[in-house]
Design a binder for this molecule. Structure first.
Ligand code: SF4
Ligand code: SF4
Length: 163
């Protein structure tokens, strides 16, 4: 169920992004309220707004996908300064109720998670499974794409909320 949801992330982001845009135009919602909403969402989910809701992020992702330029897409995701929502919610990654965990007992060290994650594939200081490396989940850059969960064959990486 969760993996199907992650597979549908781009579609979900497109729909939610359109909804946000439509609501903002229809009800003349001030952009500051949207920034506040996205930032507060960070307390619960961390930097999830960027990859699951943001209409601008949706368009950027689509452009990179059309170019089939994976390296540039990963580099963009890793380094992008983003907007105030990204700054606040990225910082909240350390404290959010949503947490990503790796059960080392189940891990077979296949390396698929590190390959798909744009943080670990660009910066070798980070790893989702290697010992003595920093975990990428709590970093500013992790926008909760959850691809590490989707690609893990043993389900050793999981996400928890309020736990
Ligand atoms: S994808 Fe899963 S099993 Fe493979 S190294 Fe990562 S955590 Fe371990
Ligand atoms: S959710 Fe997983 S794959 Fe995505 S950026 Fe964070 S650690 Fe990397």
């Amino acid at each position: 169920m969760l993996k199907s949801l992650i597979s549908a992330r781009v579609l979900i982001q497109g729909l939610l992004g359109f909804l946000i845009y439509w609501l903002a135009v229809k009800f003349h919602i001030n952009i500051l309220y949207i920034i506040l909403f996205g930032s507060l969402l960070g307390i619960v989910f961390g930097k999830m707004f960027c990859r699951w809701i943001c209409p601008v992020g949706f368009i950027m992702g689509l452009l990179f996908k059309l170019q089939k330029d994976e390296i540039h897409q990963k580099t963009y995701m890793y380094y992008k300064a983003g907007c105030p929502i990204a700054w606040v919610s990225g910082w909240l990654n350390k404290f959010s109720f949503l947490k990503i965990k790796n059960d080392k007992e189940k891990c077979i060290k296949c390396g698929k998670c590190d390959k798909v994650c744009y943080i670990t594939s660009i910066n070798s200081d980070f790893s989702l499974y290697k010992p003595k490396k920093e975990q990428p989940f709590t970093q500013y850059s992790c926008s909760r794409c959850l691809m590490c969960i989707k690609d893990c064959p043993t389900n050793s990486i999981s996400v928890t909320l309020f736990n």
